[in-house]
Design a protein around this ligand. Sequence first.
Ligand SMILES: [Mn+2]
Length: 319
Amino acid sequence: MRAPLDLSDRAYALDLIGDIHGHADALTRLLDQLGYRKKDRRWHHPSARILFLGDLIDRGPAQRETVESAHELCESGLAQCLMGNHEFNAVGFVTERDDAPGQFVRSHTDNHIRQHEAFLDAYANDQAGYLQALDWFKTLPLWAEASAFRAVHACWHAPSQAALAPWLTGHHAPKDSTFFTDSGIPGSLAWEAREVLLNGLETRLPGEASFVDYYGTRRRKIRVNWWSPAQTTYRDAAVIDDSQRDRIPDIPLQETAPDYAETLCFFGHYWMRGQPRVTHPRALCLDYSVALEDGFLCSYRFKGETDAVNDHLTWVSHT
Ligand SMILES: [Mn+2]
């Protein structure tokens, strides 16, 4: 395995790339736009390197090609990839639970199988390639941190990062398979911490408040925005598609609204819509829903600045 990329090397700009979800064609167009070229089977760029924010797979039409491109870039020494919840789930899908033998860390419900079957199909005739992809996923760091920036798939959360320390290397990657088995026990400390970093923060609605989600399930907890101060009610704070927002009770937020003011942090995961833009100077989501017809694959070229600027965003459309 290659040594991790030196993310503090100021000789290079760093391109942070959001969730790709199997849209290899969009990735090719984005890399081209950013100046990456492949010559003699190796990738080149004179002055930039890449950090993928996770979720290479599931949903899209060319998952294997996406994994291969990202992996080749890493092998060429040009890129590093963080673990997304979908890479964790791909490993969890074939990792047996320590606390429930015969069951898997990512349970085989109809819904989970539906979400993952295109990935399995992509490798249906290539067991060696499938195992190689999973072996790579098992080594992906959960976050990256340098003096001038931070990156994580869903949520930067120091208590959860500290809680996972016993299972991770100095580069925040799993030490071994116990990361997957221990954080695969529902409700365990490791499970809760891994969920926060890879799936985002949730909060419980006050009192008896609840809502019925899109699938008809009554819920007491909502996914909340962990960075923006522009929220005064649970409805504002929920990270949910705007078409579903009125399902969330419009009651005043009982906790202080967040206002992330630390080192510039990049993340993906949240299915942002519309044209990519900086909405908070220190917290920038680069997932612009490339899996949707009006979505984009989005990147940010970081050059050491303290606050994010719109000029450093680049994006390509879904097709
Ligand atoms: Mn995700």
